[in-house]
Design a binder for this molecule. Sequence first.
Ligand SMILES: [Zn+2]
Length: 630
Amino acid sequence: MQNTASGPTRSAQHKARAELPAEDGIDEEEARRGFIATRPDAEVRDAYGRLVWSLADYGFLQDENAPDTAHPSLWRQARLNLHHGLFKVCDRIYQVRGFDLANMTIIEGDSGLIIIDPLTCSEGAAAALELYLEHRPSKPVVAVIYSHSHSDHFGGVKGVTSEADVRAGKVHVIAPSGFMEHAVSENVIAGPAMGRRAQFQFGHTLTPGACCQIDSGLGKNVARGTITLIPPTWLISQEAETHTIDGIEIVFQLTPESEAPAEMHFFFPQLRALNLAENATRTLHNLCPLRGAQVRNARLWSHYLDQALERYAPHADVAFAQHHWPTWGRERLSKYLSQQRDLYKYIHDQTVRLMNHGLTAIEIAETLRLPDSLHREWHARGYYGTISHNVKAVYQHYLSWYDGNPANLHALPPEAAGRKYVEYMGGAAAVIERARADFDKGEYRWVAQVINHVVFADPGQSEARELGAAAMEQMGFQAESATWRNAFLLGARELRIGAKGVEIKTARGSDMVRAMTDEMFFDYLAVRVNGERAEGLMLRLDWVMTDTGRHYALNLENSALTVRRGKRADDPRAIVSMERATLDAILLRKTDFAKAIADGRIRVEGDPHQFAALLSTLDTFDHQFNVVEP
Ligand SMILES: [Zn+2]
């Protein structure tokens, strides 16, 4: 039955509960420690009164006991992630937690405030700063630091400062080297695919509820407000740099290619405090998130944590991060850091060891268990990442998607394979009958897998869809990882009612669009060229940005668009001129190419068909494409 835990799921939860680490209450204590004040449900609204963030729908988590529809360990984490408000970390360091997926850290300088990570959206960041100012002496913001290039760590910057103040030199914006490129590019070239997959990771289109979305592992969910961006005015580019900002000495430790391509830790010697950005949080993190990304470097990640442990931990009384709650006490934080370091190193080394014994990713994922010393630590458990998909990420990092078995080198795609499987197994009814028996035995992994063939052979098979959904739902209930839970539960919903009809906001923020370089735009334009439609076309265009004076030579032949910067084509057949602002307006969907040509904002000289032909090759993407069915 829908929304209820089956017998096998109830036993699985029971077993899981018996194997959990001992509850010493320290996480709860540390998640509350230093609490000053909050707002009801951490509610944040935008200028039009629309809800951007609220924890009101998570009231069901007040129940200390996990229901059978949630893994007890994830339920515990979801409850810990419910704490919200302004917290004192130590003298001069404060955090606002629970107003976003991420934390905002506020450091009291001699004359002003230094903000580390202004959350995902300006509304949330403004609310967080307002909460702080209600309880602490009023001081202006003098610096904003972005710990890394993920949008939950910079998107709210205009809620705590303005472009004008930054331009006037009143506020420094500090970021790790490579920040801008990665902050923007990660969301551009594979943006539509990543956005759709992120729905499965975060479950933000699922309804909060004990048998539905309860957490994301890192925090509750993604915030819905306005994403902004002010480019950094100051980049940290040395492995370790020390600067005194408004009387606060900060040692910046650069950690590229760790949790994000551009990231850094911070040590505050005077305050004896160590901030680990997102490299050491209260979970096993992702070496590759379910939304998809370039695989992160587990070996380097571990190495940076070891550096922090060696250099800074002996001089720190508190370690904290940009998600979750701090760890207090020199010995405790050193132990925590060494365990986080070894968590990533262990997964890396053991995966590579088993890979060198000839095991494939799927086999290693099935085999690898953490040593008991890590497995029994709450912070090392997989609420966001999992051992299973992290192992696959390490494998992919070294050996790619291919498991080396030529039987899998040229496998049939899902629809064709599905039809064959179903045919060989004696037809859909026979498969469903046997799968139902396996479902009753609790073999949900297999049921989801085999039913997937039936659905890809015939997506109209409603009995199969419901059985597959039921299996995924039980897997969601049993998952300790919030991202797995979200993925399975959304998969179940889409098998039941399909993927369409869900309103998804895909509008890009205008700051993000402005921050796209021309090159990023052309890269994105090139991946929109439909190869078949471009077949036989031979286009040569000069593209001029009239306000910046930059020009580009575009060449489309062999169905591939290539672009040379600062060049003019030898023999351009057309010249396209526009202001960069016109391009921004198009990317923000405030106008389109045809309208901009009609109203003269784009000028085409020479053969007008050249530009029209280029535009005619471009695909538009369906942001809600099918995943669990063809
Ligand atoms: Zn984050």
